[in-house]
Design a protein. Structure first.
Length: 187
């Protein structure tokens, strides 16, 4: 398969992991996940991690995955754009979406432990926590799906492409979100 097809198809399959963080900005604003609790003098997670953001973001990612599945099915795209049979494909889709927000929560947990305030910049961590969470949870819940779609048959090069592209996408989306007034800071 052509390297460009591999790269774009792995990005396509990863999209349910890329949307939730942006969607969480829109759904956020409710009660914080840590319920205001602190640990060692700092908030456990902070006010930037809310239940509505977590749930709205996860459902958005799952919904996007289902839309991509429908598009691929209606257009008869087949491999490598195929998420797999329905309803089995819902497991990796859900894992990508939920995992990305759990990774983001893990990132905030670490930021608070090293004394960084909510919204403070944490290079590398901010750009990769969600991707590590998304791929990590999917590897756990859907090991064969992960290997077949994101590793085997050269797909690993697509995965590397997504890893390299992610900080750029993250930056782009956050600058856009900032300019649109959805985010307080452009990172
Ligand atoms: N958000 C949310 N719930 C989540 C994740 C994000 O409500 N589980 C919303 C919050 O309004 C948050 C915004 O999305 O402020 C941006 O997310 P992020 O940059 O991850 O949070 P920060 O506010 O920067 O906080 P932190 O320093 O903990 O990353
Ligand atoms: Mg932030």
């Amino acid at each position: 398969m052509h390297p460009v097809i591999i790269a774009i198809s792995v990005l396509w399959l990863t999209l349910p992991a890329l949307l939730p963080n942006s969607a969480a900005v829109i759904f956020g604003g409710g009660a914080p996940v840590d319920m205001g609790r602190s640990w060692g003098g700092s908030r456990l997670l902070g006010d930037g991690k809310t239940w509505t953001g977590l749930m709205g973001g996860t459902l958005s990612g799952l919904l996007l995955g289902m839309m991509l599945y429908l598009i691929a099915t209606l257009l008869g795209l087949g491999e490598p754009w195929d998420f797999g049979g329905f309803p089995d494909c819902l497991v990796p889709m859900f894992s990508l979406a939920l995992g990305s927000l759990l990774g983001d929560i893990g990132g905030s947990f670490l930021k608070r432990r090293i004394g960084l305030a909510r919204g403070a910049k944490a290079p590398v961590l901010d750009q990769y926590d969600f991707l590590i969470g998304a791929y990590g949870l999917t590897l756990l819940t859907s090991t064969s799906w992960f290997m077949d779609h994101l590793v085997n048959g050269g797909a690993i090069y697509g995965l590397l492409f997504v890893v390299i592209l992610t900080p750029l996408l993250h930056r782009l989306v956050n600058v856009l979100g900032y300019k649109m007034g959805a985010k307080d800071v452009p990172w």
